[in-house]
Design a protein around this ligand. Structure first.
Ligand SMILES: [Zn+2]
Length: 96
């Protein structure tokens, strides 16, 4: 990737906050976002490690469900962590 396109990607990524990306993540993975929002989410996921990880977890689970396969051990572990955080009242919030 050239420096210029990297800067352009970064600028796109900054147009959405983590909370905004989180709110539309499911739609993004289901290909339900419009042509303006989808590239912004995509750019954000590339740049933001945390949202990228969350997206990868969802995508993996979605894939496993669609193919009736076992989700990866890594995704299951992360899902358990999400669950435990919610049980303990530590609901994930805006981690910007
Ligand atoms: Zn983010």
């Amino acid at each position: 990737m050239s420096v210029l396109s990297w800067i352009r990607r970064r600028r796109m990524a900054m147009q959405m906050s983590c909370a905004e990306v989180g709110a539309v993540l499911q739609q993004y993975l289901d290909d339900e976002l419009d042509d303006e929002t989808a590239p912004l989410v995509e750019a954000h996921l590339e740049v933001c490690r945390r949202c990228g990880l969350e997206a990868a977890t969802y995508a993996d689970l979605k894939h496993a469900l669609a193919h009736r396969a076992e989700p990866s051990e890594e995704s299951l572990r992360r899902l358990r962590e999400f669950g435990e955080r919610i049980v303990h009242g530590d609901v994930p919030h805006d981690h910007r």
